[in-house]
Design a protein around this ligand. Structure first.
Ligand code: ASP
Length: 296
């Protein structure tokens, strides 16, 4: 029997570039691989929280995306990663920031949620926890790609290019969200973005689950992922309407690129972004798959 399940992912939003145009099929291949894997898990009865973690792991391992391997480099040419995961049924979350050497920061975020009494652990403490829990570590070189080195040298406006995220509804109607990133190219060391901040770049409750991408400073100050949930709860907006509202009608004119993916507890999927592209894919409750990079 076909299950009532839904899943959506993103692989970053922002401006187009010659590199993205040249590799658009590689990006689409990566998105398709991840969404199919996540959907398969859901169809086998996996819980939303397990599915968002497993799906984000695949994107973290893919060097085309700015998370895990392939992360953006800070001003000193180093990788510092942020990630968060949230279970919409239990209203539990785990997050990590300024993480180095951990192959899958989303797994570490899940570890914070499961094995500690905290929500967010940063820097050295996060690395210590990864070691205690025997998570896979990799040397610095593992994370650094030629493409990210080139972006740092270009010294253009800071750009992330490919933060990853996943939202899912499982067969029980439970929701979860996960977001993972290497941050923005050329940031000051120690900068923490939105992706690991619960309510800003990642949020899930019983009504909706959302993951954001784009200029983190803007997403933080507008608390976007939580705002979507509140618009649905207090204004009775539908999920697409709520996402469009936060992206297009913010209190301040949007000075930067922002994108969001959401799913509601009926499995309705929403994408909204204000820039040239958002790498994204979804499989809805009817089983229809979408994989896109640009506006359609
Ligand atoms: N939102 C991420 C950050 O600011 C970057 C991105 O999504 O491109 O860290």
């Amino acid at each position: 029997m076909k299950k009532n399940i839904a899943i959506a992912i993103h692989g970053g939003a922002g401006q187009d570039s010659p590199y993205i145009r040249e590799h658009v099929n590689d990006y689409k291949k990566g998105l398709k691989e991840a969404i199919e894997h996540g959907h398969k898990l859901l169809s086998k009865g996996a819980k939303a929280i397990d599915v968002v973690e497993a799906t984000v792991r695949i994107l973290e391992d893919n060097p085309f995306f700015n998370a895990g391997r392939g992360s953006a480099l800070n001003r000193e040419g180093e990788v510092e990663m942020d990630a968060a995961i949230m279970d919409g049924k239990l209203l539990m979350a785990g997050a990590v920031s300024m993480v180095r050497n951990v192959k899958n920061p989303i797994e570490l975020a899940r570890t914070v949620m499961h094995y500690t009494k905290h929500v967010h652990i940063a820097g050295e403490g996060a690395l210590k926890l990864a070691k205690i829990r025997n998570l896979e570590l990799q040397p610095n070189e593992y994370f650094i790609t030629d493409h990210q080195r080139d972006l740092l040298l270009e010294e253009t406006t800071p750009t992330g290019h490919g933060t990853v995220g996943c939202v899912a509804m499982d067969e029980f109607g439970h929701l979860a969200a996960a977001t993972s990133t290497g941050g923005l190219t050329g940031s000051l060391p120690g900068r923490v973005g939105d992706s690991c901040l619960v309510g800003a770049g990642c949020y899930a409750n019983e009504l909706s689950a959302s993951s954001c991408t784009g200029e983190g400073e803007l997403i933080i100050t507008s608390v976007i992922a939580h705002k979507v949930a509140m618009l649905m709860e207090l204004k009775n907006m539908r999920v697409q309407e709520a996402c469009d509202y936060v992206i297009r009608n913010m209190e301040n004119p949007i000075p930067g690129d922002v994108g969001i993916i959401s799913v509601d507890n009926k499995g309705r999927i929403a994408f909204s972004f204000n820039c040239q592209r958002m790498h994204r894919a979804s499989i809805d409750t009817s089983g229809k798959m979408v994989v896109e990079v640009y506006n359609v």
